[in-house]
Every structure is written in C-alpha cells, then in structure tokens.
Design a protein around this ligand. Structure first.
Ligand code: ZN
Length: 157
C-alpha cells in the first residue's frame, strides 16, 4: 500500500500516513489465532494543511500484550517520545492492532485515549489513534482522532 490519506469533515487538515509507516505497521498484523496485539506511538510533522505520520515505534519488550488487548509500556513510550523529539518528530498519537478484518475502536480504546490525554503534556491539542486490522486493503486501517473528549472516525480517501 502506498501513502494513505484520511479526512474528516470537522477538520480542515487531512491526515497522511506515509508508505514506510504502513509497511512498518503491517509487519505486526494479527494474522494467526495466537497473535498478540501490538502497538506503539506515531510521530510526524504538522503543517497548515495536513498532519503527516512519518514514523511509528513499538511494540516494546515490557508492553502488556494479549490477543485482545495492548498497552504500551509507559517508560518505553516516554523515552521514544523524547528521542524522536530530537529528530524534530512530533508525537501525534498511538497505534495498535486488532484481530479483525475491519478494525473498530473498542470502549477500552476510548478509555485509554481519555487517560492518555489527561496524563500527557502535548504539543498538539488532540491525539490520533490508528488501528490496524488484518486486511491489507484500505479497509484494514482505521484512523481516529481524540479531541475535546470525543473520538472521531476519519474516512480513508
Ligand atoms: Zn483496540
């Protein structure tokens, strides 16, 4: 899959996920019955027209992972966020996998974003959440934003 672009009518900016990021995430797709959820952090640049995801990190060795849940190790995530900032990469949000064809955010995912927003010192006023399903087509990726207590789904163009 090449670069992917997502839009939401409530936002003037679009979200682009660069091809190398899609490739990186795709390695962690849950294709087998015993696959564990994987995840990590998303980084990139923000310009007036778009939010561009240029880099993804994780999973980390100390993460809490199961077939149906994932939580990044907070220390590992923090040190990665610091590290990426040195390269000028802004922390944009989180990614994780789901063992389903068309991935949809769960109640647990929404809670996790709420907690994250409360505890984070962010350079942006919202966070992105990308969920990677089993499919390789564009239906296999879901893009969400979490802002002002609301989770919004973005359409892939
Ligand atoms: Zn989830």
């Amino acid at each position: 899959m090449l670069e992917l672009k997502a839009v939401n009518s409530s936002f003037t900016q679009s979200v682009s996920i660069q091809a190398q990021v899609i490739k990186y995430l795709s390695q962690h797709r849950q294709l087998h019955a015993r696959s564990l959820e994987a995840g990590g952090q998303l980084f990139g640049v923000v310009d007036p027209d778009s939010i561009i995801i240029t880099c993804a990190t994780g999973p980390y060795s100390k993460d809490d992972r199961g077939p149906r849940h994932y939580r990044s190790d907070a220390m590992s995530a923090q040190s990665e966020i610091k590290q990426q900032a040195k390269f000028g990469n802004v922390y944009l949000g989180e990614w994780h996998t789901h063992a389903e064809k068309v991935p949809r955010a769960s109640g647990h995912d929404i809670d996790a974003m709420r907690r994250l927003m409360k505890s984070s010192n962010l350079a942006t006023n919202g966070l992105l959440m990308v969920i990677l399903g089993q499919g390789l087509d564009k239906g296999g990726i879901s893009v969400y934003s979490y802002m002002d207590g609301k989770l919004l789904h973005w359409d892939i163009e």
